[in-house]
Design a binder for this molecule. Structure first.
Ligand code: FAD
Ligand code: GLY
Length: 375
């Protein structure tokens, strides 16, 4: 029997789950279809930085979107805690982008200047100030302090969202959507291996696997970008702030661990191996950035597949040529950060409400953007 819903959301990562939850809160009957378990992929693998200022290289709509989503986060995790009893452990610890060379100092000053001009808080700390705050960080030339960037515990966030969607939507796990076909002006047929569903609106939020569900007219190309991470538990001295340098980061979690990330491998496809090279690179980064952490206990290592795309920015909203078909794909390095604002955009998109100008830069039918992702 074919079941009918107002909206079918395909993909149970942070993007699909937050969107499904918000859509269900509007009173719609929402079905969430997940191939594996909800939160099984990139979303629970993430380092969980809310790096609105860290991860963006220039002012513009993407920076605005990141700041907007960061500003929604406290209320988002508070609501999830109240609703599900799970605390996603938002840590307002700020980020130090450390300089180990004079060139890095100059680049960080340029970043600080455009961010302050745009109204954000950012300050350059001397090496003495860095050492006073973070005594275990290696000798350095100072750091750009971004006090409003924070981090959450990504596995706990996905756990909270899993409970939220289970309570508000119909959730089916372990089913792979194989086709989405326009049935009529009234909606779509969504097929899995064993079942079909019909819905007036469909949201494709299938992370690094989204391409195969998108129509051939979709203007971008979604592809996996493998990242490897590890977690350590310091024995004594630890870090207060997230420390970032040259693609490597150390993110102190409220549970006492430090997440160390991350590699970025565009050629690995859907490969899931944890490799010697990657672990060596991550451990060398710990030694380079905070050598006194070398006696920390190695806890675990893992991989995640970022939903990368041919464009550095995500694609969000309705496809003009396919009314009722909405996408939320290509969040790449920032899907955790961008989940709350993406969900708001999806709700307005499904409800047919006009978007503010700065959201329009993320519509699928937009001019291609050349840059914008850091560093
Ligand atoms: P996913 O979490 O991958 O979810 C997509 C889901 O769709 C999956 O569960 C999959 O099983 C399901 N699916 C796929 N195809 C189908 C189908 N045909 N039918 C049914 N279900 C399907 N972001 C940040 O903001 N801050 C960070 O610090 C950060 N660090 C990161 C570090 C690493 C190493 C990695 C890999 C990512 C990091 N990210 C970070 C990025 C973030 O994890 C992603 O952008 C985000 O999780 C994407 O969410 P998603 O829901 O689009 O994808
Ligand atoms: N945003 C951190 C990462 O993707 O590695």
């Amino acid at each position: 029997m074919t079941e009918s819903f107002d909206v079918v959301v395909i993909g149970g990562g942070v993007i699909g789950m937050t969107g499904a939850w918000r859509l269900a809160q509007t009173g719609r009957r929402v079905l969430l279809l997940e191939r594996d378990r909800t939160g099984a992929e990139a979303s629970s693998a993430a380092a969980g930085m809310l790096g609105a200022q860290l991860e963006v290289s220039e002012p513009g709509p993407f920076y605005q979107l990141c700041l907007e989503s960061r500003s929604l986060y406290q209320a988002f995790v508070d609501e999830l805690l109240e609703y599900t009893g799970v605390d996603a452990q938002l840590n307002h610890n700020g980020i130090y982008q450390i300089a180990f060379t004079q060139d890095e100092v100059h680049a960080l000053h340029r970043r600080m200047e455009w961010q302050i001009r745009g109204g954000a808080r950012a300050e350059f700390l001397s090496s003495t100030e860095v050492t006073n705050e973070e005594p275990i960080v290696a000798e350095n030339y100072g750091a750009l302090h971004l006090p409003d960037d924070s981090n959450i515990n990504a596995p706990l966030l996905t756990r909270a969202l899993s409970i939220a969607v289970t309570q508000t939507c119909t959730v089916v796990e372990g089913v792979e959507v194989t086709a989405v076909q326009r049935q009529s002006a009234a909606g779509y047929v969504i097929s899995t291996q064993s079942q079909t569903y019909v819905a007036g609106a469909v949201v494709v939020a299938a992370g690094a696997w989204a391409q195969r569900l998108l129509p051939s007219s979709f203007p971008g190309k979604i592809q996996p970008v493998k990242g490897q991470l590890l977690a350590i538990r310091p024995r004594q001295a630890t870090l207060k702030h997230t420390i970032f340098n040259d693609h490597a980061y150390l993110v102190p979690k409220r549970d006492g661990t430090i997440v160390v990330g991350a590699t970025e491998d565009r050629g690995a496809g859907y490969n899931r191996d944890v490799t010697v090279d990657a672990i060596q690179y991550l451990l060398a980064s710990v030694k380079r950035i905070a050598p006194r952490l070398c006696d920390a206990v190695f806890e675990r290592s893992w991989i995640g597949l970022r939903p990368g795309s041919s464009d550095p920015h995500p694609w969000i909203g309705q496809l003009a040529a396919s009314p009722g078909l909405h996408v939320a794909v290509g969040h790449f390095r920032n899907g955790i950060l961008l989940a709350p604002v993406t969900a708001n955009m999806l709700v307005d998109s499904v409800e047919g409400r006009p978007w503010p100008t700065h959201w329009q830069a993320f519509q699928p039918e937009r001019p291609s953007v050349e840059s914008g992702v850091t560093r």
